[in-house]
Write a protein that binds this ligand. Structure first.
Ligand code: ADP
Ligand code: ZN
Length: 517
């Protein structure tokens, strides 16, 4: 039986998709779905999520319903499936009603193996859903269901009823971005608490991670490009105006570059995008609107002209380079004035505090004094033990000292505070601050109170940020930014794991106090 299914999945992979082997985690995920078990699949962009529901859709009896928020991409995905001889359609509000009727008719007759539908349009299918065989529900971009995620879509909340309505139909939820708390929230919101979760590694070892001070960005970019020939790359900016300005600067220097942003007509955007895809315009200067779902494998570099507002977005955007597995270079320009601007953007937002906490983590990443990749992966809950050797810090490391004792004190304070307190309070306790909040909670009585009073507030703050970046501590973004101990913190506390800390130097302060250009 088992070998039989194996045989078929491999056959289907080859016959319909033309691939010889599975990418990491695909086979395990597919088998879980084929066993009718609920599944949460966390895979980085480019990890091959689509196959995880497309292949089971072919192997199982009935029609698979794919819920996807990206109406613009549905047609492309369906066309690709059709080109492989798979019967698929999509259903959303952008279609003329005649077309909608045809799709519904085919769906009802059970003629489709896959139907893509926008969450807003799902209620219109309700009648048919109850009358035909549904093989599985796939929920793409599943983080949209969590109000904790960075991309909440109210229409996703109704998906919580699917499991109650169809208890025997497997649900597979897929996303590329979800910190640990969001993952748990996805399972709760979808009422699939027993789902098996598969987390593919987020490591993209071929991406060089480079963070540079944001002074003279244009000059730095021109210098970088002068060594890059006609390579394809994307520069992300915060505003439409700066994309236009930078694109003309590059054009004036003889580069083939175009701006891309939401202010262009859809024809203009398509033209720019096509020219990028077929390499006639190798350089795109874009707002974050660019790149969602773009499958171009030979993007050789990505530059963030401005600070992204969180690590989730940053990771997705740099992830658009090097999808062919060959070396790609990413540069993040770090500027304090960007941070001030991004802080202003969050003002008045419903989840302002959460957004600020995420922004602060982004800033800490940019200020990291230890391997960037460890910091980046740690953010996604993945803890690697070796430095990567392929980031700016690994290439030119700062001076380190043995910070084991400091790390032990910090971790022990976090533990004694029951992982309930944020950075500020942990600092106060370690430094033995005699303030009202401390006394209110009786923290002056805990054992680590004042354990690091010999270290200045600022230095200690920087050391704790280093521990965050080394993945020894984590932040719970949804609950007041309280600090948590990661699995490696336990090694620090109980197994004598050595911790290296970098000396706090003056250079980083200069970046932090840089004036608006
Ligand atoms: P994601 O949705 O996770 O970003 P996709 O499903 O778009 O990823 O897949 C990314 C790329 O990998 C696509 O070009 C896809 O055709 C390709 N791909 C998927 N599975 C395999 C496989 N088993 N072998 C080779 N390439 C694959
Ligand atoms: Zn590194």
């Amino acid at each position: 039986m088992k070998t039989d299914t194996k045989h078929t999945t491999n056959d289907l992979l080859k016959t319909y998709f033309g691939y010889d082997r599975f990418l990491p985690n695909q086979e395990e995920i597919i088998n879980n779905v084929l066993n009718k078990k609920d599944t949460i699949a966390i895979m980085p962009t480019g990890g091959g999520k689509s196959l995880c529901f497309q292949l089971p859709a072919l192997a199982l009896e009935g029609t698979a319903v794919i819920i996807s928020p990206l109406i613009a991409l549905m047609k492309d995905q369906v066309d690709a499936l059709k080109a492989n001889g798979i019967s698929a359609s999509f259903f959303n509000s952008s279609q003329p009603s005649e077309e909608q009727q045809t799709v519904l008719k085919n769906f009802q007759k059970g003629e489709l193996k896959l139907l893509y539908v926008a969450p807003e349009s799902l209620p219109q299918l309700n009648f048919i859903l109850n009358s035909i065989k549904i093989s599985l529900f796939a929920i793409d971009e599943a983080h949209c269901i969590s109000s904790w995620g960075h991309d909440f879509r109210p229409a996703y909340t109704q998906l919580g009823n699917l499991k109650k309505q169809f208890p025997n139909t497997p649900i597979i939820a897929l996303t590329a971005t979800a910190d640990r708390a969001t993952r748990i929230d996805i399972a709760n919101q979808l009422s699939i608490p027993n789902a098996n979760t598969f987390i593919a590694s987020f490591d993209r070892p071929n991406l060089y991670l480079d963070v540079r001070p944001g002074q003279n960005r244009n000059k730095q970019i021109l210098n970088f490009l002068s060594k890059r020939g006609e390579q394809s790359g994307i520069i992300y900016c915060l505003s439409r105006k700066s994309t236009e300005k930078l694109a003309s600067t590059l054009k004036a220097k003889g580069y083939k570059a175009e701006a891309y942003h939401a202010g262009l007509t859809s024809e203009e955007r398509n033209t720019v995008q096509d020219a990028f895809l077929n390499d006639t315009t190798p350089i795109i200067v874009a707002t974050i609107a660019f790149g969602m779902g773009i499958d171009k494998s030979n993007v050789r570099w990505v530059i963030h002209y401005n600070m992204p507002k969180n690590i989730d977005g940053y990771y997705q955007e740099i992830g658009r380079s090097g999808r062919d597995g060959l070396a790609a270079h990413t540069i993040l320009f770090y500027s304090f004035s960007d941070i001030i601007m991004l802080r202003k953007f969050t003002e008045g937002a419903a989840n302002e505090e959460y957004q600020l906490a995420k922004l602060e983590r982004m800033q800490q990443y940019a200020e990291a004094l230890s391997c960037r990749r460890r910091a980046l992966l740690g953010y996604f809950g993945e803890h690697i033990t070796e430095d990567c050797g392929n980031c700016d810090i690994c290439k030119t490391p700062p001076k380190y000292f043995d910070g084991t004792l400091i790390a032990q004190k910090v971790c022990s304070a976090v533990a004694r505070l029951q992982e309930q307190e944020a950075l500020g309070m942990v600092l106060d306790v370690l430094r033995g601050s005699q303030n009202a909040q401390v006394f209110e909670k009786g923290y002056q009585n805990i054992k680590t109170f004042g354990a690091a009073k010999d270290i200045s507030w600022r230095d200690l703050q920087q050391y704790i940020i280093q521990l965050l970046n080394q993945g020894i501590l984590e932040i719970h973004f949804h609950e007041n930014g309280r600090l948590l101990l990661s699995p490696s913190a336990k090694k620090v506390l109980f197994e004598g794991k050595k911790v290296r800390l970098a000396h706090i130097n003056q250079e980083k302060n200069q970046v932090a106090s840089e004036k608006t250009p």
